[in-house]
Ligand binder design. Structure first.
Ligand SMILES: [Zn+2]
Ligand SMILES: [Zn+2]
Length: 138
């Protein structure tokens, strides 16, 4: 088993440690991820199995309905404002972290770009990645 994925917010009040490997790693160019990230896309690692997530600190949460129509809950640090993780009411087993919240962001290995329909030419991503107009078919 590889070492856990650990990370947190910029000020250190929110910390997580996740055992196991991510089931999906993607750059998302949807409008919501653009607004939240402040640039052209968000970068995410998604894990299945909330039992393998050890979370410390109280995150502030807000719900947003994404381009897909599904509600997601974004969790950020109330002190430093860093986005740290998100959860999905329709898929409670999933736990998604922001790639740059990792202690070692070099572990992020994007597999796909989602919502390219919302992407901008200035947000140029690796052409070798699988591209999806919206989300990959389930
Ligand atoms: Zn913080
Ligand atoms: Zn998105």
């Amino acid at each position: 088993m590889s070492k856990p994925y650990s990370g947190g917010c910029a000020c250190g009040k929110i910390r997580y440690e996740i055992s196991g490997e991510p089931i999906f790693q993607n750059d998302c160019q949807c409008r919501d991820c653009q607004r939240k990230s402040g640039t052209g896309h968000g970068s995410y690692l998604t894990f299945a199995g909330r039992g393998s997530v050890n979370l410390q600190g109280e995150a502030q949460q807000w719900d947003v309905v994404g381009d897909s129509g599904n509600a997601k809950t974004r969790a950020f640090c109330p002190t430093c404002g860093s986005p740290v993780y998100l959860t999905f009411s329709a898929a409670p087993e999933l736990f998604t972290i922001h790639a740059a919240s990792l202690d070692d962001p070099g572990r992020y290995r994007p597999q796909a770009v989602t919502y390219t329909v919302r992407g901008y030419a200035w947000d140029y991503l690796d052409p070798a990645l699988a591209k999806f107009d919206t989300m990959p078919p389930a």
